[in-house]
Design a protein around this ligand. Structure first.
Ligand code: NAI
Ligand code: MG
Length: 510
């Protein structure tokens, strides 16, 4: 998910030149990162990574396998780094913060390199200003927390003294998706390291390169060996090995609901490791007739089409009050027509390719279902750029019914579904009638209505007159099947620490 940051601040001095497409020789790291060293696969297997805008292979990456790299070697190094007495456990909390700041400094130095890889998949300027900036801000935010994660002393009954300590959970597995490879990496390692844990990260098989570059920066920053380990590989092998492992104490996952369920099951069947899940959404945006209409059109447009709709927060159900419905649909179509489809590395491009053929086909199937089930196609609905292309035109449907597939299923593509509603009570009921509960948005000029709607919506985030307003300080996560636990903000610290109560019997009460 994208994180608002300095998107409005314009180019950073000295880095404003237009980046050239990533060349194979620019890719510096393709191996498995364990103990601050690079390893080849124990099976000898590699897997290719592609530029989805062109279909051209970028390079082959060493595949972490189940038994040696994930299962044993990897966690042993993370476990060793986590043991009492290790350099990491003995390190001052404030020094952990300094290391996180140093990592953020190195990311600033390598801005262009770090933004180009996700920039092959999403418009480059978005990757450069939003993903990268959000990632750096997240690490700096958690750097500040490192020496502020503290417990309490409690006024307990009788002659005892009780204090609580916040200790690291231990070895944390992080399984991350392809839609925001750098941001998701930072959302996981930031709070995990701040609280003194060690981490085993499995990046998505579609996007291993950014994570591996981060591995080189982690070593350069001076984190002790084994504190962060990165295993490129596939879900059912490397990912499942993390979820099932007896020496991994917690797993944090962002991805599909289906895999979230598998991970929770594996955690339950292995060592009952702690689980944090950030899963999908079918996020309602509710537009009242008293809103700033142009603002609502613009924000819901960005909400639906940002990163080609490949966002867990995608604004995929837009409910518009009947009296402004036609005007809203008209303006939304006009706005969608301004989208510039093209090479994501071209700064003028605002809409890139979908990530993979599999995702492309899933989206086209859902678009076809919308046409077949009788929704009105207002705009788009087609692929562009030839048979091999992964580009899909921004698509808008109106006249939807709540039972249609596109009204219920997560599309994860550039499809905006605009529904009409009559009353506030009706729209609340329809918005909440979903197994998901990640985010929602309300557009209104009335403070009273904004407050009552924010109380009524069953989602982890409610945005009022804005969209995708994510910040390092603000907790993010879902109700219902959108997951549990919170990322970002102070709340995320609780997901990465154990509370220990120390109760001391006092001989005398003074
Ligand atoms: P996915 O959930 O399969 O993949 C996400 C991560 O989980 C990847 O690193 C993958 O290797 C790993 N994984 C897959 N199977 C696993 C297993 N059995 N055990 C452990 N780890 C496993 O998502 P996918 O297939 O890339 O996309 C499918 C749909 O999921 C999308 O269309 C979208 O609806 C949703 N999704 C949601 C995301 C979000 O931000 N919440 C991100 C990516 C996908
Ligand atoms: Mg999958």
């Amino acid at each position: 998910m994208a994180q608002n940051g300095t998107a409005q601040n314009g180019p950073v001095e000295g880095t404003a030149s237009v980046p050239q497409p990533l060349k194979v020789q620019d890719i510096r790291h393709t191996k498995i990162f364990i103990n601050n060293e690079w390893h080849t696969s124990s099976t000898g297997r590699t897997f290719p990574t592609f530029n989805p805008a062109t279909g051209v292979k970028l390079c082959d990456v060493e595949e972490g396998d189940k038994v040696r790299q994930t299962g044993l070697f990897m966690t042993l190094s993370a476990k060793a780094a986590q043991q009492r007495g290790s350099a990491w456990r003995r390190m001052d909390a404030s020094s952990r913060g300094r290391l996180l700041h140093r990592l953020a400094d190195l990311m600033e130095r390598d801005r262009l390199l770090l933004a180009v890889d996700p920039g092959l998949r999403e418009p480059f300027l978005q990757s450069f200003y939003v993903d990268l900036d959000g990632s750096i801000k997240t690490l700096r935010y958690y750097a500040g927390w490192s020496d502020k994660v503290h417990g309490k002393s409690l006024p307990i009954d009788e002659s005892f003294m009780c204090l609580t300590k916040h200790e690291p959970v231990g070895v944390c597995g992080a399984i991350i998706p392809w839609n925001f490879p750098l941001l998701m990496f930072s959302w996981k390692i930031g709070p995990a390291l701040s609280c003194g844990n060690t981490v085993v990260v499995k990046p998505a098989e579609e996007t291993p390169l950014t994570a591996l570059h981060m591995g080189s920066l982690i070593a350069e920053a001076g984190f002790p060996p084994g504190v962060v380990n990165i295993i490129p590989g596939f879900g059912p092998t490397a990912g499942a090995a993390i979820a099932n492992h007896m020496d991994i104490d917690k797993v944090t996952f962002t991805g599909s609901t289906q895999v979230g369920q598998l991970i929770k099951e594996a955690a339950a069947k292995s060592n009952l490791k702690r689980v944090t899940l950030e899963l999908g959404g079918k996020n309602p945006c509710i537009v009242f007739s008293d809103c700033d209409l142009q603002l609502a059109v613009e924000e819901t447009h960005k909400g639906a089409f940002y990163n080609q709709g490949q966002c867990c927060t995608a604004a995929s159900r837009v409910f518009v009050e009947e009296s402004i419905y036609e005007e809203f649909v008209l303006r939304s179509v006009e706005r969608a027509k301004k989208v510039v489809i093209g090479d994501p590395l071209d700064p003028l491009t605002s809409h890139g390719p979908q990530i993979s053929r599999r995702q492309f086909l899933k989206i086209m199937d859902l678009i076809d279902s919308g046409k077949e089930e009788g929704a009105r196609l207002e705009y788009g609905g087609v692929a562009v750029g030839g048979a091999e292309s992964l580009f899909i035109q921004p698509t808008i449907f109106s006249n939807l019914r709540d039972h249609m597939r596109i009204a219920k299923e997560e599309i994860f593509g550039p499809v905006q579904c605009i529904f009409s509603f009559k009353s506030q009570q009706e729209v609340v009921e329809r918005a909440n009638r979903s197994p998901f509960g990640l985010v929602s948005a309300v557009f209104t000029g009335s403070v009273d209505r904004a407050l009552s709607m924010s109380a009524a919506l069953d989602t982890g985030t409610v945005w009022v007159n804005c969209y995708n307003a994510l910040h390092a300080q603000t907790p993010f996560g879902g109700f219902k099947m959108s997951g549990h636990g919170r990322e970002l903000g102070e709340y995320a610290l609780a997901e990465y620490s154990e509370v220990k109560a120390v109760t001391i019997k006092l001989r005398e009460t003074l």
